[in-house]
Design a protein around this ligand. Structure first.
Ligand code: DQA
Length: 153
């Protein structure tokens, strides 16, 4: 498939996910963010999706990135997001994400439902088509497959 025909998947990471590889191994494994992005990029390419990676530790920066996508400043056909701890309390993230009219997958490396009580709530759960947690990098690849099916790539 020619590049210009490929659909675009934005891989968005929030707070502290740039520190993967140094975070508790029992929850997050040893994979680094760049390895994660490379793994997702390679797998998505096999499904006809081009990946753009973005990570920030600043909530407002993530909100602005979603605004750019909502305005159509950049092409977006699907979003795979791991917001980190913002998942559990950022209604600002919720309201920005609902502006973007494309399928969204929420992915967590760790099994958030089996950890502390406060991690069990996701404020974006009502906006997402796909939710995967506790499967590490494999969970990201599963989410890519499900998004590819949804967008028909
Ligand atoms: C996480 C789970 C969150 O609870 C945590 O704050 C993170 C990472 C995960 O990928 O398992 O930073 O989103």
């Amino acid at each position: 498939m020619a590049d210009r025909q490929m659909k675009v998947l934005w891989l968005l990471h929030g707070v502290n996910l740039d520190m993967l590889g140094k975070r508790p191994v029992e929850h997050y494994g040893t994979v680094t963010l760049s390895e994660l992005c490379a793994g997702v990029t390679a797998h998505a390419a096999s499904r006809g999706l081009e990946v753009r990676c973005f990570q920030t530790n600043h909530e407002g920066r993530l909100v602005e990135q979603l605004h750019d996508l909502a305005r159509g400043d950049e092409r977006v056909d699907a979003i795979l997001i791991n917001p980190g701890a913002w998942t559990h309390y950022s209604w600002a993230l919720h309201d920005a994400l609902e502006l973007v009219a494309c399928p969204v997958a929420e992915v967590h490396l760790s099994a958030v439902a089996e950890r502390e009580e406060w991690r069990r709530r996701s404020v974006i759960a009502d906006l997402v088509a796909v939710r995967v947690s506790g499967k590490g990098l494999d969970g990201y690849l599963e989410a890519v497959d499900r998004l590819a099916e949804i967008v028909g790539s």
